[in-house]
Design a protein around this ligand. Structure first.
Ligand SMILES: [Zn+2]
Length: 267
């Protein structure tokens, strides 16, 4: 579940999303101004307009960006998609059914990068398309957890973490590097905490098997904890504080308070 949507569940119409979140009524990429979330609306009929999204067995999707005529530009929805990690925004994928027009929530994705390719536009003319490489967030999380965290001094870890957050907007990334980027952010945030919870300031409650203090990276602006994210939106928490943000009665308030404190934690 993310943003109140249950995966695989059908929702009435696209209009219901606009009623809750606002955002553009037209086009495949919806970027609500007041929410840290981006919605992708896609469906088989899109292929008529040259949006031939490609689905792979491992869950990866090659998603064709927006722009119905001429060369696709890295602006508006396309730019928002490319930079969603750096901007701390979730990416939710919906599929439209035709002709009944219901929409189904398919899950949350991470944009690993993009490339240029060919497609046809609405007028059947060949044009340069932007193709985004999207991965299901759970694939990124699982793999990143098993990657050994990089070691180095704070400056080096910080530099790598900031680089990891900005790379989505860069052409030509791959799955391997998205795992690594996720690990780079985790490593730095844990090093930054230096053994104490960044929420309640108490020491980590126990040590990991490798002797390092046990804290959990929590993504303050996103619905789930995983994938690369900007270090200013990720905080290292003890299990109590972390569980509180997700399941506490005052979870949303506590989360907002932590977010407010981030400029001091990550200037
Ligand atoms: Zn704590």
């Amino acid at each position: 579940m993310a943003w109140g949507f249950v995966r695989g569940q059908k929702y009435n119409r696209r209009q219901d999303i606009h009623a809750r979140f606002g955002g553009q009524q037209q086009g495949g990429i919806i970027t609500p101004a007041n929410h840290n979330v981006i919605f992708i609306m896609t469906g088989k009929r899109g292929a008529e307009y040259g949006y031939d999204d490609i689905h792979y067995d491992d869950g990866r999707i090659d998603y064709f960006g927006e722009g119905q005529v001429g060369e696709m530009q890295m602006v508006r929805g396309n730019l928002a998609l490319a930079e969603h990690v750096a901007n701390g925004k979730d990416l939710l994928w919906f599929e439209k059914a035709y002709p009944e027009r219901s929409i189904t929530y398919m899950g949350q994705y991470i944009c690993a990068g993009w490339r240029r390719g060919q497609s046809k536009d609405r007028d059947d003319a060949k044009r340069s398309a932007i193709i985004f490489e999207l991965h299901p967030i759970e694939n990124v999380v699982e793999a990143a957890e098993t990657i050994e965290l990089p070691i180095g001094n704070m400056d080096e870890l910080r530099r790598r973490a900031f680089e990891a957050a900005s790379l989505s907007g860069v052409r030509g990334q791959s799955m391997r590097t998205i795992y690594q980027r996720s690990a780079d952010v985790r490593a730095y945030v844990l090093a930054r905490a230096n053994g104490d919870c960044e929420g309640c300031s108490q020491p980590a409650p126990f040590m990991r098997r490798d002797g390092s203090p046990y804290l959990e990276p929590h993504h303050l602006r996103r619905a789930s904890d995983g994938g690369p994210d900007h270090p200013r939106f990720v905080i290292a928490l003890c299990p109590n504080c972390h569980t509180r943000t997700h399941h506490g009665e005052d979870g949303a308030i506590y989360n907002a308070a932590l977010l407010k404190r981030m400029p001091q934690i990550e200037p």
